[in-house]
Ligand binder design. Structure first.
Ligand code: ZN
Length: 345
């Protein structure tokens, strides 16, 4: 093994990323070194590429970006047990503390001290990644590296979709980005009756229809309220999964939910967003904010579902060698892509 590696770095404040040669990370006694094979480009990476207000506030420079990955363990710290060299893996990109009340209660995803690889700490867009062994998630043989590289966003989709019981329920997903599409596929897999997904981007709605057995609705052309009787539903949707951060989408969701409906919110509005609270009160709606994945219950559930027929492979629309990362980011920036995977092998 050489001690230099390729890495995609935000070298200084401003747009873009640059491929650099960086030292292979040294691991501590509780870490593993992972040879990265495939990585997914996330919406978060696009914010960092574009260097918007959030990125400028949050991301230190220089920083190796990226947090969606699959690879293989090539080195283990002396305290690491239960893992093996050559083990294929993905991993949780949130590095948690062990001292907060939430962590000590086992609710690791609620730890307020969380730091993210590729956002606050050195990331996965590189030939090698250092990760605490605690964060490693082993990949079974029947989950390929391409899918391993998108388990992080699939985890967001699974965490959101499984926030409420979906068996026999009518589910509305607002926002047909890759996570919305995967959430719709999970809702279908989890036994929902009708799954409707909305957007104003027809390419994404078409992709949703290819990935899962869902009813895509372009709300720029079709009134969501007409879809309810067309599908034979009497009152409206039982569960809403808000994945867009778009105010009109949330309004439509509240409007078309049944009395006592439930909403899981993953989409992030760009700023403050007016909400018709009286409507929510009088409809007795429950709202749950969703962050990250449950560590490690969501990982367990999603891998089990992948082994039990959940197929999200078609959400990956573009694959590029890591050196052609600009093409990958261009595809993401076009707004016409699903997941984009970079190959580091
Ligand atoms: Zn991500």
């Amino acid at each position: 093994m050489t001690n230099e590696m390729r890495a995609l770095q935000k070298s200084a404040p401003g747009k873009g990323l640059e491929m650099i040669s960086a030292p292979v990370p040294e691991i501590g006694p509780d870490d593993v070194l992972i040879r990265v094979k495939k990585t997914g480009i996330c919406g978060t990476d696009i914010h960092i590429w574009q260097w918007d207000d959030w990125a400028a506030r949050t991301v230190p420079t220089p920083l190796i970006t990226g947090h969606e990955f699959a690879g293989e363990i090539v080195e283990m710290g002396r305290n690491v047990t239960g893992l093996t060299l050559g083990q294929r893996c993905s991993g949780e990109g949130h590095l948690i503390g062990k001292t907060s009340r939430q962590s000590r209660a086992g609710k690791f995803h609620l730890d307020p001290e969380t730091r993210g690889i590729g956002v606050n700490e050195q990331g996965a867009f590189a030939d090698y990644l250092r990760l605490p062994a605690f964060n490693v998630v082993a990949l079974p043989d029947d989950v390929p590296d391409d899918i391993g590289a998108i388990l992080d966003p699939l985890g967001n989709a699974v965490h959101t979709a499984l926030s409420f019981d979906l068996l026999g329920e009518d589910v509305l997903v607002t926002g047909a980005g890759p996570i919305g599409i995967m959430a719709a596929a999970v809702a279908r897999h989890a036994g929902a009756r009708h799954v409707v997904i909305t957007d104003v981007n027809q390419a994404r709605l078409d992709l949703a229809g290819q990935v899962a057995d869902v009813r895509p609705v372009n709300v720029a052309e079709e009134d969501l309220r007409d879809v309810i009787p067309a599908l034979g539903m009497t009152q409206g949707f039982d569960v809403g999964l808000e994945m867009s951060g778009n105010q009109a989408a949330l309004d439509q969701m509240v409007e078309t939910l049944v009395m006592g409906g439930r909403i899981a919110l993953l989409g992030i509005p760009p700023g403050k967003s007016p909400v018709d609270w009286s409507r929510i009160v009088f409809k007795a709606i429950t709202i749950k904010g969703v962050y990250g994945r449950e560590i490690f219950e969501t990982w367990y559930k999603m891998i089990a579902m992948l082994q039990n027929g959940l197929d999200v492979s078609r959400v990956i629309t573009h694959r590029f060698p890591a050196d052609a990362y600009r093409d990958g980011f261009d595809a993401m920036l076009s707004g016409q892509s699903g997941k984009v995977v970079l190959d580091w092998t």
